[in-house]
Design a protein around this ligand. Structure first.
Ligand code: FAD
Length: 205
């Protein structure tokens, strides 16, 4: 395991496993992930090894203290992506005509987009709150966990609703909304699943 020692302004660093104890058979098994671009996932078996404390932490900054920042990044990304999905959808429903009129002219479209717009704004404000806490050094584990759960749940919900307006085109990877849909799903899993985040918030009640 390796870490970089951060300066005062470095973002949180990642821990990299460098093939410790990986067997040849395990290394051959590569899984293709569903979204977020190409990336090999391999089963890595660790035998008879341990991590010395100084290798996964540095003085005064333990690994556990970094986790809220990873969750905050995921939460902020969720808010930004939702905003872009909303913009793309508004553009599309103005252009695409069905039954002789643009999709935006159907009341259902306007009502749904009104709800989405409110969700996107609320998400932006939550993300700004997290950013402010990050800047002033008061970002705590529960706030980051709440942000990760709430914003990534909203991200999946908003993108799913936006995609619906694209009809069949929304299911084609040529359209960015399809890529957003596929990529959003992992946001509720990585960085610690959303269920684990709720456990963390629950401990802080
Ligand atoms: C694309 C991708 C990139 C990743 N990148 C990294 C990385 O860079 N670094 C890294 O360290 N990890 C990374 N991960 C791993 C990721 O953090 C884990 O997948 C995630 O924390 C969930 O752990 P798990 O997959 O072992 O799920 P499990 O622990 O097997 O959990 C499966 C499901 O069980 C349920 N569950 C589990 N525990 C509880 C509980 N206590 N209460 C209620 N329900 C529960 C949840 O629904 C959970 O989603 C990545 C994963 C993916 C998919």
């Amino acid at each position: 395991m390796t870490t970089d020692t951060p300066s005062a302004f470095d973002p949180p660093s990642m821990i990299n496993l460098v093939g410790v104890g990986m067997t040849r058979d395990a290394a051959r098994q590569v899984y293709e992930q569903a979204g977020i671009g190409p990336g090999d996932i391999q089963v890595c078996e660790l035998h008879d090894c341990f991590a010395q404390n100084e290798l996964i932490t540095y003085e005064g900054l333990g690994l556990m203290k970094e986790l809220p920042y990873e969750r905050a990044m995921i939460a902020i990304g969720a808010a930004a992506t939702m905003h872009r999905a909303y913009e793309l959808t508004v553009e599309y429903v103005r252009e695409r005509k069905v039954f002789g009129k643009p999709i935006v002219d159907f009341q259902n479209t306007r009502f749904t987009l009104a709800e989405i717009k409110a969700t996107v704004l609320a998400s932006r404000l939550f993300a700004d709150y997290i950013v402010q806490k990050w800047i002033d050094g008061s970002l705590d584990s529960a706030t980051a966990a709440m942000g990760k759960v709430w914003l990534t749940d909203r991200q999946c919900e908003v993108i799913d609703r936006c995609l619906q307006f694209f009809g069949g085109f929304g299911y084609m990877m040529e359209y960015p909304i399809a890529r957003m849909y596929v990529d959003a799903r992992v946001q509720r899993i990585y960085g610690g699943s959303n269920e684990i985040q709720k456990e963390l918030v629950g401990r802080d009640l």
